[in-house]
Design a binder for this molecule. Structure first.
Ligand SMILES: Nc1ncnc2c1ncn2[C@@H]1O[C@H](COP(=O)(O)OP(=O)(O)OP(=O)(O)O)[C@@H](O)[C@H]1O
Ligand SMILES: [Mg+2]
Length: 352
């Protein structure tokens, strides 16, 4: 596994009961990984610098999805792919040498979002252009960014799917997501009120999985505008919006990815109940979380820094009121900025 962040660790964890030895690899390590001819290589990140370790891994013949990473890591080629397949995405343009803000507003209306082509995450590498604020394109963004229309969405949701080596596809239910300042903060799934959008979402992601001849888990983030799903972005890996599957599905997304990549038979993931996931962002560890009935905290073991993803807590509804009670107990233990997050989750659970 190229990369040794929390996703690599959770994939390693998921591989154990499958008898698959997942080895997260630090790309900056001075020690080159030992690779056998029949090992399989994949990555938990979309982009990587050229280091002795990444060169060694990239030259292995069994690097699954090798060509996909670069294609999706660049927002330009990612958007081109979505357009080529006739799928809906926010109208966009390359920020080239000649593009003016007036041309942007004429084409997209008065709110547009510039996104750096590579390297952005958690809302970093983005810059709003707003006509009312007489914004300009700052230095250093031309040819390095795309610009897309600001979408007045009703809400955000994501579909995570997996394709096995035989080309069979499996999907988790659409997951409702709450992004604050560009960062995923909470998610809820499955929700009855959005279930009718599931076939449409599966058709969209299925088309992408097949076109890419993809093996493993791929995530599609969407905006819901009325009955329409507009693709925000794609991620060729296990995804934060499906972390709830660790607790709430017979096959978690991590296990699904390892199964697909390693050629272990895949089965349709069965969902155990209503699930909520709360991201821990720049939050100090609190052992009292483990004492909340129904809570399944997952701590990443990283240094706590402001806004940094340091863990998540999942709850699965088991047929009584414990899910809401658990969320309320958690609300009392988290900093006050989580109040609106937990309230959002509770509200969506109550009207699911
Ligand atoms: N065109 C848009 N119109 C309105 N809001 C947007 C638009 N694009 C992005 N956003 C908001 O910003 C958030 C982050 O955007 P996006 O997913 O593109 O960024 P990212 O930094 O790559 O995030 P991630 O951590 O998911 O990789 C979205 O979830 C959404 O809330
Ligand atoms: Mg995103």
């Amino acid at each position: 596994m190229l990369g040794h962040g929390q996703l690599g660790a959770m994939l390693q964890h998921a591989g154990m009961p499958l008898n698959v030895d997942v080895v997260p690899v630090d790309i900056e390590s001075a020690v080159l990984p030992e690779l056998a001819d029949d090992d399989v290589v994949t990555a938990e990140r979309e982009l990587w610098p050229d280091t002795p370790v990444t060169r060694r891994l990239a030259s292995h013949p069994n690097f699954v999805n090798f060509d996909v990473f670069g294609r999706l890591a660049d927002r330009l080629t990612q958007k081109q792919l979505i357009d080529e397949l006739g799928l809906k995405t926010a109208p966009w343009q390359l920020v080239d040498d000649s593009l003016s803000v007036d041309a942007v507003y004429a084409a997209m209306g008065g709110r547009a979002l510039m996104k750096r082509r590579t390297g952005g995450y958690d809302g970093k590498g983005q810059h709003w252009l707003k006509q009312v604020e007489a914004s300009e394109i700052p230095d250093g963004w031309r040819n390095e960014a795309i610009v897309e229309q600001g979408i007045n969405f009703d809400e955000e949701m994501a579909l995570v799917g997996v394709r096995d080596r035989g080309g069979n596809t499996f999907f988790y239910p659409l997951t409702l997501t709450l992004q604050l300042d560009g960062v995923l903060t909470a998610s809820v799934a499955p929700l009855e009120r959005i279930a009718h959008l599931q076939p449409k979402a599966e058709a969209m992601l299925g088309k992408l999985l097949d076109e890419l001849d993809y093996v493993g888990v791929l995530a599609m983030e969407c905006f819901r505008v009325g009955e329409e799903l507009i693709i925000n972005e794609l991620a060729p890996r296990v995804h934060n919006t499906a972390h709830w599957t660790q607790a709430g599905a017979s096959v978690s997304q991590f296990e699904a990815h390892v199964r697909a990549v390693a050629g272990v038979p895949m089965a349709k993931p069965l969902v155990k109940g209503l699930n909520v996931m709360i991201n821990l962002l720049g939050t100090e560890l609190d052992k009292r979380w483990w004492a909340i009935p129904g809570a399944e905290p997952y701590w990443y073991g990283k240094e706590v820094r402001k806004g940094r993803k340091v863990g998540h807590i999942t709850f699965t509804h088991s047929g009584d009121t414990s899910l809401i009670e658990g969320l309320k107990a958690l609300r009392a233990l988290l900093p006050s900025r989580y109040e609106e997050v937990i309230d959002w989750a509770v509200q969506n659970c109550e009207m699911h």
